[in-house]
Design a protein around this ligand. Sequence first.
Ligand SMILES: Nc1ncnc2c1ncn2[C@@H]1O[C@H](COP(=O)(O)OP(=O)(O)O)[C@@H](O)[C@H]1O
Ligand SMILES: C[C@@](O)(CCOP(=O)(O)OP(=O)(O)O)CC(=O)O
Length: 513
Amino acid sequence: MTSCSARSSSHSITLTSAPGKVLVVGGYLVLDRNYSGLVVGTDASLYAAVQEQTFELSDFTDGASKSIPILVVSPQFQSAWWNYAFDTESSKLAQRRSADQDTNGFVQVVLEVTLGLVNYQSPEALQRLLARSEGQTSAAGLKIVLSADNDFYSQRETLARAGLNLSSESLKRLPRMCETGTTLKGVHKTGLGSSAAMVTSLVACILVHFNIISVSHLQPGKRLDSEHVRSLQLIHNIAQYAHCLAQGKVGSGFDISAAVYGTHVYRRFSPAVLKEAMDEGRNIADIAHAVLPSNPGWNSDVEVVTIPPRFILRLADVDVGSNTPSMVKKVLYWQEAHQDAARALWNSLDTANNQIRELWGKLVSNYENDCLEYNQAIDWCSVHKCSDWKNGCSNASNSTVALLCKLVDGIKQVRALQRKLGDNAGVPIEPPEQTKLLDACLEVPGVCMAAVPGAGGYDAIFCVTLGQDSSAAVESLWSSWKAMSVGPLLANQASSGVCVIDSTVYPEIMAYF
Ligand SMILES: Nc1ncnc2c1ncn2[C@@H]1O[C@H](COP(=O)(O)OP(=O)(O)O)[C@@H](O)[C@H]1O
Ligand SMILES: C[C@@](O)(CCOP(=O)(O)OP(=O)(O)O)CC(=O)O
């Protein structure tokens, strides 16, 4: 079944992207505002593109005359198109047709909230669209295309269908943003946070398209003055709110924060800021007030972090899978039942987590102070196992080597505490199968960090290597690993968050307009 017809249009296309996330350290702690987490943004992104088009009204039957038709497509998935009508009088969004009566709660909530705010703040933007409607049979509306880099979804089946093995080399041969061959409900996700990145990208796309935010505020690398900061805060607040509403709960929000700001240390916001806006009886004024950048209730902290030069983040999904909400529930249950022990463990974990980011900071300073010495240290360590770094380095006084040794000890300490938390709460945060794999990764020359990200479990692992050779060696370990199927992702770390991009760079997306 195909979606309703839209007439091709010469109107401009607004395209935005938002990165995926890896919670390197801070899982569980980040749920509590007294603690923070180090989250790294990825160079795999989720894209949202919007263009004004004209639609046949018959595809939006019973649409009110003050309604704007909206067609959303996510062409990488089967049956992934949804028709909506946004009523500018009530600011309500109604779903019209879709394939197999499918719904997409995240898309629907983002559209209702963001268009509702546009309508509240700048009603003329939507009235301009209504005024363009051509008469009884057609109406001006929005076509939205959503697309994701391949890493967000497991490519195991696509590779198998193409007769390719599970490796980076094979992944590089797949077309960008390729079809998954399945539905959104059936797809296997890799843990990069597709809903948060999609929500953030779509919120930004609509705000930019209707000039609520200036395009210049979302150019990568240009986000220093207060206007830019306010624009990012607005996207952040709306995206956090829409994500919470779609999920039916207020989570820690680190995934949205990563999608907005990229790599940083995150301290969560107090949920009270969203209380009225989450209530059933909410109105658009409550929502507009809640998401204001100047609302002091938004007390989350974003401390920008630089990843030490020449570090390479490598990710793999482990084809077993864990249920994060149920793990969180059990951990919080144990925390509640053993408050003193939990506080002590949370504090130890926090100290170990903070040490990781302090060491990253010191490594960056070393690079800035003496990049020659830094590079010599990385060159040497990249071809030796971390267990040999302490004794083997001829230049033992090189402080970069000393910091790298501390980093290895630091991540081992974090892992030991995560295992302790898992044992206490009866949750496999770093299960024995993952321990074996991670220990083996740390035996590969040039690997300085290896752990389970986020909630842990059987979902994924990450490694930090000091060079391409080391990355290749890690990958060959993964491909030879028999106990579990370890699938590499292509994504590496990235520092930038949500941004506007030139649509001509992505013909794959433009092809759907
Ligand atoms: N490419 C996409 N197109 C449309 N909707 C998407 C896309 N990716 C994610 N979503 C939305 O996000 C939901 C997945 O959210 P969730 O199960 O929380 O996974 P994740 O942990 O990756 O965020 C999907 O059911 C869909 O509503
Ligand atoms: C436990 C947590 O603190 C971190 C979970 O991080 P993941 O990266 O594992 O998240 P999912 O992609 O939702 O599985 C819960 C939270 O903060 O939401």
